[in-house]
Design a protein around this ligand. Structure first.
Ligand code: SF4
Ligand code: SF4
Length: 94
């Protein structure tokens, strides 16, 4: 039982963010940034599904995914969920 008195089965499902807010460039916050190994990436798009900021998109022209670093906060979830370990999280060096 949670503090609010509701069990986890009673809490509504959370939504999925497919489109980042255009109002705030949350990428400015980051200390870490994802770097993808193009050889290991199978373009499965799982990273795009798991990204909480909607910062990974499919680019039809390139036939590949791309990161929108204006919104990526460097949380590392994409690297954690990538089945082929194609994403490494590196420290941003100014
Ligand atoms: S989850 Fe990994 S393999 Fe799949 S598209 Fe993203 S980087 Fe590529
Ligand atoms: S590091 Fe976090 S915010 Fe950035 S692309 Fe990966 S999952 Fe999205």
């Amino acid at each position: 039982m949670s503090v609010s008195g509701k069990g986890w089965k009673e809490i509504p499902l959370a939504g999925v963010c497919w489109k980042p807010s255009g109002e705030y460039l949350t990428g400015d916050w980051k200390t870490y940034t994802p770097v993808r190994d193009l050889e290991k990436c199978t373009r499965c798009l799982l990273c795009a599904v798991f990204c909480p900021d909607g910062a990974i998109h499919w680019n039809d022209e390139k036939g590949d995914i791309e990161f929108d670093y204006n919104y990526c906060k460097g949380c590392g979830i994409c690297a954690n969920e990538c089945p082929t370990k194609a994403i490494k999280i590196k420290m941003v060096i100014e």
